[in-house]
Design a protein around this ligand. Structure first.
Ligand code: SDX
Length: 431
């Protein structure tokens, strides 16, 4: 628990209210306003949560000014370089890096939960072939609430553990099968002899007619993309999972709600929107036209892949992602990819423009991930499902943390009401 030796005094009208201040491990102090309504008969107002902490957490910390992202204290650039996704999953879930034995046990558990109940195939087949894979993921993950009854009692720590493992293990299978269904190819089952990233690539690109060997550089890049997207404090989709879970809802339904929120182009849908924007720009000579549109107050267009609510200098994940983009495109012999060339020139021109400097807008995690995923052979519609697959461990870790918090209550924000005052009903003949 944070230190609460300091207090803030709020003075207005004839009132003076003392509010405790919590001093965290890192980041700004927090003024605790839980008693404000009872003592001052007022609410606070912060519709985008730009200055409001909704919870206490020990999982991830972001320093927006320094461009720092820590998972349980470990910086993302070190984890991306030295760790791998399932080890980062263990770290996020349990708070410490695993011993060799703990890691082996955890990887064995996840590997042996990757298959779906065979009947779940029918959910995929109920969708049109042209359904967006995110619609399929929302539907199929929500349907897990109707299949895995032995892991939905959230008051039972063991069932919470099993639900966590099932979600992390089965999400690649669900995402891969959504892709296979969309292209009319047969589902490919997971294999226990492959790593988590190898398994996902194999389920996406293998066909029964031929053997598919996963290139180790591509599986390493895939694993790094999973790691870079694993968790990110109380972003919109994680906050959705926490709010849904605060009512005691079924864990699979809560994660389905997180997937639904992530789909938006302002959030996880930005990687798809960014690549579509780069394709629309087409060639570097058209960049000034799009930068002008992004700066035009009367034009709703924004540079997708740019800007962030918290990072105000650079997104450390984008830095690592840019290195991976160069490696993957070099491996695939497409280092002269026109989209990458346009992306790099767009980054140069945008960062040189005073508008973006003043508003602290720069490439975020979504700017380069789409370029890598496209080079690996994924359609843009699969970019956000891959983000959802990666972020499942973050959602699950935050969900578990909230359920274990003895101070947890159902989330129920108040409002600033500016609608009609009390008035009596008027019969239609008198209107
Ligand atoms: C993710 O929260 C997380 O942690 C999210 C995420 C995660 O890992 O979970 O990091 C993943 O969602 C990354 C962000 C992906 N989204 C995009 O790339 C979409 C484009 N970016 C914008 O929509 C925007 O920057 C947001 C949504 C990312 C941030 O929105 P904010 O913090 O609410 O900022 P804002 O919309 O209030 O913008 C501030 C100003 C505005 O101008 P003014 O009204 O002050 O004059 O900057 C402008 C905006 O018009 N602006 C942009 C812009 N982003 C903000 N102008 C042009 N292009 C942009 N991309």
């Amino acid at each position: 628990m944070a230190d609460t030796s300091k207090t803030a005094t709020l003075t207005f009208e004839d009132k003076s209210i003392e509010l405790p201040i919590h001093s965290p491990t890192a980041g700004p102090d927090v003024i605790d306003i839980r008693k404000l309504y009872a003592q001052g008969d007022v609410f606070t107002y912060d519709p985008g949560f730009t200055s409001t902490a909704a919870c206490e957490s020990t999982i991830t910390f972001i320093d927006g000014e320094k461009g720092e992202l820590l998972h349980r204290g470990y910086p993302i650039d070190q984890l991306a370089a030295k760790s791998h996704y399932l080890e980062v999953c263990y770290l996020l879930l349990y708070g410490e890096l695993p011993t060799a034995e703990q890691l082996e046990t955890f990887e064995h558990t996840i590997t042996h939960h990757t298959m779906l109940h065979e009947q779940m195939q029918y959910f995929f087949r109920g969708f049109r072939r042209d359904a967006h894979p995110m619609a399929v993921m929302v539907g199929v993950v929500g349907a897990m609430a109707a299949f895995y009854h032995d892991s939905t009692d959230i008051s039972d720590p063991y069932q919470r553990e099993v639900a966590s493992h099932r979600l992390i293990a089965k999400m690649p299978t669900i995402a891969a099968w959504a892709y296979k269904y969309s292209i009319g190819q047969p589902f490919v089952y997971p294999r226990n002899d492959l790593t988590y990233a190898e398994n996902f690539l194999h389920m996406c690109f293998a066909v029964p007619a031929a053997e598919y060997k996963v290139d180790p550089i591509l599986s390493r890049a895939m694993d790094r993309i999973f790691t870079l997207h694993a968790d990110h404090e109380q972003n919109a989709s994680t906050s959705t999972v926490r709010l849904a879970s605060s009512s005691g809802a079924n864990p699979f339904a809560c994660i389905a709600a997180g997937i639904a929120c992530l789909w938006g182009p302002a959030h996880g849908g930005a990687n798809q929107a960014c690549l579509e924007m780069l394709k629309e720009i087409g060639t570097p000579d058209r960049i000034p036209e799009f930068i002008a549109r992004a700066k035009d107050k009367d034009d709703p267009f924004r540079l997708m892949g740019f800007g962030h609510r918290v990072y105000k200098n650079f997104d450390p994940r984008a830095t690592v992602m840019k290195q991976s983009a160069d490696e993957v495109l070099d491996l695939l012999g497409v280092e002269n990819n026109p989209i990458l060339a346009t992306a790099k020139e767009l980054e140069t021109q945008a960062l040189a423009d005073p508008y973006f400097a003043e508003k602290k807008l720069f490439p975020n995690v979504d700017f380069y991930s789409g370029i890598i995923l496209e080079a690996m052979g994924f359609p843009t519609s699969m970019f956000t499902p891959i983000f959802a697959l990666s972020r499942t461990v973050g959602w699950v870790s935050q969900w578990k943390e909230q359920l274990a918090d003895p101070t947890m209550r159902i989330g129920r924000p108040r409002q600033l009401y500016t609608g009609a005052p009390f008035r009596d009903y008027v019969e239609v003949e008198n209107r």
